[in-house]
Design a protein around this ligand. Structure first.
Ligand SMILES: O=C(O)CCC(=O)C(=O)O
Ligand SMILES: [Fe+2]
Length: 339
């Protein structure tokens, strides 16, 4: 069956204080996703794409053959040119705050990783990542279960750095049609990896296993595949989605490589959503002091999404202002807003 593609719509222009259009916000809030072009300046996307292209093994290379996608990811904070800038880009923070309906300072970064996916004709069995099983992402992001639909706790996204016309590898999503959509029955547990079900990534293996373990719901899972819409992307396209949206990665053209950057922001109060990487402070102490510089030059909002205390926080007193200035002053840190 020919896939039904979702085509991106344009973000608002860079002089608009709201990066996303009302339709884009409404699509995310009702269907569970929106596909957006023009959110980032082309220079930011180009810089990261060039650096990532050089960093990861080329398609078809011997090294690429042994890479199994996720394991090769580059995580925040990274010295890859453009990576931190894209992760903390004010237009991205603004877009996420529109989707969650809260201030940027009420967001926290919980994921930022960039990884290559290589197209292969063969599969590696249960954990193969080419033709993924339909799934939701919450199980390895949160300790609990997403809140009811109208109270979203996080925004996930994929920023594509490749072109679907060259490598395929769309993300397939199942649009939610309303409160009684059978695809979105509550709770969301009918997927390999949740409760006593084994985690299996490959579609064929997962559906065989599911049919054996939960035969009464296997046909229902088939109906999710039948409703898929596939992202049509080029470098810089962003798909915003959610932890409770059915989706999956689809196969790449064999012999090609797709570069994609996954980012998640959660609401500050949702501590049950885990940060997927090593704590940000762990990147300090390097001779080049790149993380210290990042903190010193970041805006108040950019610091806030990393968990840095905000102006007005009980952390700040004369002593801490003096001490933090002593730590970061050499890199240009301005303590004024915290006084
Ligand atoms: O690669 C993609 O397009 C989607 C990947 C995905 O959904 C996942 O690994 O959880
Ligand atoms: Fe996923």
């Amino acid at each position: 069956m020919k896939p039904s593609f979702i085509h991106p719509t344009a973000a608002n222009s860079s002089d608009d204080p709201s990066p996303l259009s009302t339709d884009q916000v409404a699509s995310w809030q009702t269907q569970g996703y929106t596909l957006v072009d023009g959110l980032f300046p082309a220079s930011v996307v180009n810089e990261l794409q060039t650096a990532a292209s050089a960093h990861f093994p080329a398609a078809g290379s011997e090294q690429a053959a042994s890479i199994r996608d996720f394991g090769s990811a580059v995580n925040f904070p990274s010295q890859l040119a453009g990576f931190n800038q894209l992760t903390l880009h004010p237009r991205l923070l603004g877009a996420v705050s529109q989707l969650l309906g809260c201030d940027v300072s009420g967001l926290r970064l919980s994921q930022s990783d960039l990884w290559p996916k290589y197209g292969r004709a063969s599969t590696d069995g249960h954990y193969d990542n080419q033709d993924q099983r339909i799934h939701v992402d919450y199980p390895n992001h949160t300790l609990v279960h997403p809140s009811p639909w109208s109270r979203p706790e996080a925004v996930e996204m994929i920023v594509y750095l490749s072109n679907v016309d060259e490598c395929g590898g769309s993300t397939a999503l199942v649009p939610r049609t309303g409160t009684d959509d059978p695809a979105y029955r509550w709770p969301i547990v009918d997927t390999p990896g949740v409760n006593d079900l084994r985690y299996i990534n490959d579609r064929t293996a997962a559906e065989e296993y599911f049919a054996a373990e939960r035969p009464h719901r296997a046909q229902w899972r088939q109906s999710l595949y039948e409703r898929e819409r596939w992202t049509h992307y080029s470098p810089g396209t962003v798909v915003f989605y959610r932890h409770d949206v059915w989706h999956r990665g689809t196969p790449l053209v064999p012999g090609t490589r797709r570069l994609a950057h996954n980012i998640t922001f959660r609401r500050a109060e949702c501590e049950w959503i885990s940060t997927l990487h090593t704590g940000w402070s762990w990147a300090m102490y390097r001779d080049d002091k790149f993380m210290e510089r990042l903190i010193a030059s970041a805006s108040l909002d950019q610091r806030a999404v990393l968990g840095f205390p905000q102006p007005g926080s009980s952390y700040w007193c004369d002593e801490t202002i003096e001490a933090v200035q002593a730590r970061y002053g050499a890199f240009g840190f301005d303590p004024t807003p915290y006084r």
